[in-house]
Each structure stands twice: as C-alpha cells, then as structure tokens.
Design a protein around this ligand. Structure first.
Ligand code: GSH
Length: 221
C-alpha cells in the first residue's frame, strides 16, 4: 500500500498506544483513507530518520512524508477536501486549538502520572532503558515513585475529566452531532490510558466510555 503510518508499539506489536498516533488513525478513518501500520519502537530512530526527526506519528502518503499529528491533520484536510472535514469551519479550527492545548497541557500529564509505570512493563525490552531514563528525567522522579502516587493520580484524573463529562452530557461529541478532529485529540489521550493502564480507568465513567465506543463505531473500528 502506498500509504503508511509509523505508530508507536509495545513489546506486543498490536498494542499501538500513542495518543498522537491515535489522533492520526482517527483522522485517516474520518477521511476514509486506508493505510498500512508500521509498528515502531522508541529506540528505532533509524527507521524514521527519513522524516528528519525522531517521533511518531509519521505518515508516508505516496511521495510525501509528513510528521507531527497537527501537521498531518492539516495535510489531510488540504489534500482530501472532498472527504468529510476534520474542521467544519474556521471557528471549529480555532476551538480545536484550545482542545489540543487542554489535552496536552492538562489531560496528558494527568494520564501519564497513572500509566507511565504500566507502559514501562509493557514495552519491548530494547526500549526500557531509554524510556526509564527519558521519563525519569522529565518527571524528576523514578518510575517506582510515580507508581507509588497512583491512588492520588487516579483521583486527580477523575476530577480533571469534569469538563469532558459535562460537555458529553450536553452533546454526543466534542464537535457537536458527529465526531471531528477535536474528538480525535481527546479520544487519543484516553485511548492511551485505556490501552496501557493495569487497572480499568473508565469503569466509573459511563458517559465518557459510551462516547469512546460511539467514536470507534462511527469509523467502524
Ligand atoms: N508534537 C508531536 C508529538 C509526538 C510524540 O511526542 N510522539 C511520541 C509518542 S506518543 C514519540 O514518538 N516519542 C519518541 C520519544 O520519546 O523518543 C505530534 O503531535 O505528533
């Protein structure tokens, strides 16, 4: 297939858990575009060196190579204008920018504090030293210390999900009556949590869990 998506994988190559890659997967599904997944591990920097950097998602679309989920979304919107829109109009694009900031600055850290130790366990052995070193430096504490704070971190996530819970009580999707890129962004963060957590994280979040199922169902995933 001429369209390939490099996606972060655990030891089990079917465990594709990156929040940013999930945004791109849903954006591709939204645009009705088929692709082949190339599972990629943190330390396989050489495999994506052709993209000029060391992070996924990397999308290869025929002769084009694009990296960074936001740039990929803009690329898909511009290249496939006859497929459903990721951003309904300029106002939707502007609000999606806020959704991205909230997700990355607030939601991602809330999820990471819970799942980083669980991800460490699931990683390919070749990735473990790199993950431990880079994440412990970023967080200023050991993976074991992060794990010790799991009960408090779980409470903090429940509190932090209030804006999402409230929104989904009033409307079926973040973007309104159907999912769009704003949904893909938040979905990615929570799918990262669901796929990697050693304990069920959304067991007491029926509204959010139903929205996640509805998003997947919309795309036949
Ligand atoms: N701004 C980038 C962030 C991508 C990113 O951070 N990807 C992570 C996986 S979730 C990664 O590839 N990390 C490689 C590393 O930490 O070495 C995007 O939106 O695509």
């Amino acid at each position: 297939m001429s369209r390939k998506l490099y996606e972060l994988a655990a030891a089990d190559e079917t465990l594709l858990f990156s929040p940013y890659c999930w945004r791109t997967k849903l954006a591709l599904a939204h645009k009705n575009l088929e692709y082949e997944t190339i599972p990629w591990r943190f330390t396989e920097k050489d495999a994506i060196a052709f993209s000029g950097q060391g992070k996924v998602p990397v999308l290869v679309d025929g002769a084009r190579t694009i990296h960074d989920s936001e740039i990929i979304a803009e690329y898909l919107e511009a290249t496939y204008p006859n497929e459903p829109a990721l951003f309904a109009d300029p106002a939707a694009r502007a609000i999606t920018r806020f959704v991205k900031s909230w997700t990355e600055d607030v939601l991602h850290p809330l999820v990471a504090r819970i799942v980083l130790p669980d991800i460490f366990v699931k990683l390919d052995p070749r990735d473990k030293a790199y993950f431990r070193d880079s994440r412990e430096r970023a967080w200023g504490m050991t993976i074991e210390d992060i794990n010790a704070q799991r009960p408090a971190a779980t409470k903090a996530l429940t509190a932090g999900l209030a804006p999402l819970r409230g929104t989904l009580k009033a409307q079926p999707f973040i973007a309104g009556t159907a999912p769009a890129y704003a949904d893909h962004i938040i979905f990615g963060a929570l799918q990262w949590a669901v796929l990697t957590s050693a304990t069920p994280l959304l067991g007491e979040e029926p509204i959010i869990a139903a929205w996640m199922s509805a998003v997947l169902e919309c795309y036949g995933l």
